[in-house]
Design a protein around this ligand. Structure first.
Ligand code: HEM
Length: 135
């Protein structure tokens, strides 16, 4: 019971984080790219990538706590997990760099940054399906 609750609450954070990393980037770009709004979206995306890494790690910690080990993953699931971790680190660093230095970037550079963030989120969400069903 407490175990299911721990997984479910972690999943709530993880699901909304996934919605925010993709939704935030898409919203900043579409239907029209509005450079004046991108900083607030960038903060949302920054915290959302952070939440993904924290809640992703919490899945592992929860398994360790209740079972004394993390699940034995297949090669496909392991590769999918590696893709997610790489996407999360890249997204976090990229949006962090934009928050630190983006004021000096060209409009094209900023648009490409958000396009890259959307691609990274799409990659991670696709990998999530493989992690789930090849575990
Ligand atoms: C450090 C990064 C991450 C780690 C360690 C991680 C880890 C995990 C784990 C352990 C699960 C449970 C898998 C299962 O039910 O078998 C999970 C599920 C999920 N993750 Fe992540 N994750 C990370 C990043 C992300 C990112 C960046 C996204 C999306 C943008 C994402 C989206 C999802 C989704 C949608 C699920 C639910 C899949 C399902 O049950 O159908 N994760 N993640």
């Amino acid at each position: 019971m407490s175990e299911n609750l721990a997984y479910a609450l972690t999943q709530v954070v993880h699901n909304f984080g996934a919605a925010a990393v993709l939704g935030g980037a898409v919203f900043a770009l579409w239907p029209a790219f509005r450079p004046e709004d991108t900083r607030s979206f960038a903060w949302l995306i920054f915290f959302a990538w952070g939440a993904q890494m924290a809640s992703g790690a919490l899945f592992g910690v929860t398994s360790l706590h209740y079972y004394g080990e993390t699940p034995d993953l297949s090669h496909v699931a392991m590769a999918a997990l590696a893709v997610k971790i790489a996407a999360a680190i890249s997204g976090f660093v990229l949006v962090g760099m934009y928050l630190l230095r983006g004021r000096t970037w060209t409009q094209t550079g900023v648009r490409r940054t958000f396009q890259s963030l959307a691609v990274l989120a799409t990659l991670a969400l696709t990998a999530a399906a493989f992690l789930r069903w090849f575990s």
